[in-house]
Write a protein of this length. Structure first.
Length: 387
């Protein structure tokens, strides 16, 4: 796999789009206790914000081939960023829980549209170098995740009643991207005469799709509940949540930026297995640790392992799609929606009945499923022609 890419203006524009939506993901998760306190809701009602985002991802996946056909990938990404901004404004300025759930749905839909077209656009732009480019752009997105977490946490500490203003920080960035960085010279998109990408995908694709569900499920189960496991094992204060999430996000950022360069001698499938194995190692340390410092270090290692699994798994799905990237990524967005909406909820239910420590054994099971699917369903990405 080529491991040197020219980080041109196109790369940075798309990478900063992912930075924007990851800012929201990084900030909104830790803000859930604050939002719940403001709205005086139960855990079940508050959890509907995450369910709405999972549903939004499924809807975005269903519509992605049609939007990409009608508007083109670049314009579809800008459309997604606009929808995302509307969702942010709804969450910030509308106190009732019914409206913030709707805002989560809108913001989640826009986020998924941006992420879907981020993968397919870079895949088209960089060809055989796409895995490297996607991982590095995703690394920039991880920095948005970290800044989102820190933004909400800082504003909440300074003035708890104004924590939602932390979400507004990203809107000037969105405006800058659209009005200043957007390439206005791109020719007008003409929809293809054959219509949106469609048709049946191979059994190998769908088995790899199951692996993608496992990858995203283990990521979100970890991001939602790792802090709870640390508190259970080390008796740490609830404030450890932010530190745990920053450690996870930092590991993801480091892995996405440096991972491809470090593993440049390996094919993408082998790289993915190494990242999955790293996640398993980090989880094992976290599982057996009763020391706060060691647990935070383990979460950092888990972040390193998780870092490039989304990018490499997405490229695998494109490689198994018989030249239909928009259709493949649309289906992957549906997988992500099921994982985002289901995995944290399932782990929470198991935690209520078994305790968080026993329930967390769901995560290594997902990691092993992902590993063996990559092992037995190779993508042969290097044999694919440039899309």
């Amino acid at each position: 796999m080529p491991h040197v890419v020219k980080r041109d203006s196109y790369f940075w524009t798309i990478a900063l789009q992912t930075f924007a939506v990851n800012f929201f993901l990084g900030g909104f998760g830790p803000a859930q206790p604050l939002l719940r306190a403001d709205q005086h809701t139960s855990l079940t009602i508050a959890g509907l914000h995450g369910t709405a985002m999972g549903l939004a991802s499924i809807c975005a996946g269903l519509l992605n081939p049609h939007l990409a056909h009608r508007f083109g990938r670049d314009n579809t990404a800008w459309l997604g960023l606009g929808i995302f901004s509307i969702g942010i404004a709804v969450i910030v300025f509308s106190p009732p829980v019914q409206i913030t759930i709707l805002g989560s749905l809108i913001a989640g839909f826009g986020t998924s549209i941006v992420i879907n077209n981020f993968v397919t656009s870079l895949n088209k732009h960089y060809g055989k170098s796409a895995p490297f480019a996607v991982m590095q752009a995703n690394g920039i997105g991880s920095m948005g995740y970290i800044f989102g977490t820190l933004s909400i946490g800082t504003i909440a500490n300074l003035n708890r009643s104004h924590w939602r203003l932390g979400l507004l920080v990203i809107l000037p960035v969105v405006a800058y991207l659209y009005f200043i960085r957007r390439d206005k010279s791109l020719s007008e998109h003409v929809p293809g005469e054959h219509g949106p990408q469609k048709g049946k995908l191979s059994i190998k694709y769908w088995i790899a799709w199951v692996g993608f569900v496992a990858v995203i499920s283990s990521e979100f189960a970890t991001s939602f509940w790792a802090a709870a496991l640390v508190r259970d094992r080390t008796n740490a204060s609830p404030a450890i949540s932010t530190l745990a999430i920053v450690a996870l996000g930092s590991g993801m950022a480091i892995g996405r930026w440096y991972g491809a360069q470090t593993l440049k001698k390996f094919e993408p499938d082998t790289q993915l297995k190494i990242f999955i194995a790293t996640q398993f190692l980090g989880f094992a340390i976290l599982w057996f640790s009763h020391n706060l410092t060691l647990s935070i270090a383990a979460i950092l290692i888990v972040g390193l392992g998780i870092s490039s699994q989304f990018a490499l798994s997405s490229i695998r799905l494109i490689g198994l799609s018989d030249g239909r990237p928009d259709l493949a990524i649309g289906k992957s967005s549906m997988a992500a929606g099921l994982a985002i909406g289901g995995a944290p909820f399932a782990l929470g239910v198991l935690g209520d009945h078994l305790g968080i420590s026993r329930a967390y054994m769901m995560v290594p099971a997902l990691i092993l499923i992902a590993y063996f699917i990559v092992q037995f369903i190779p993508s042969h990405i290097l044999a694919e022609d440039e899309l």
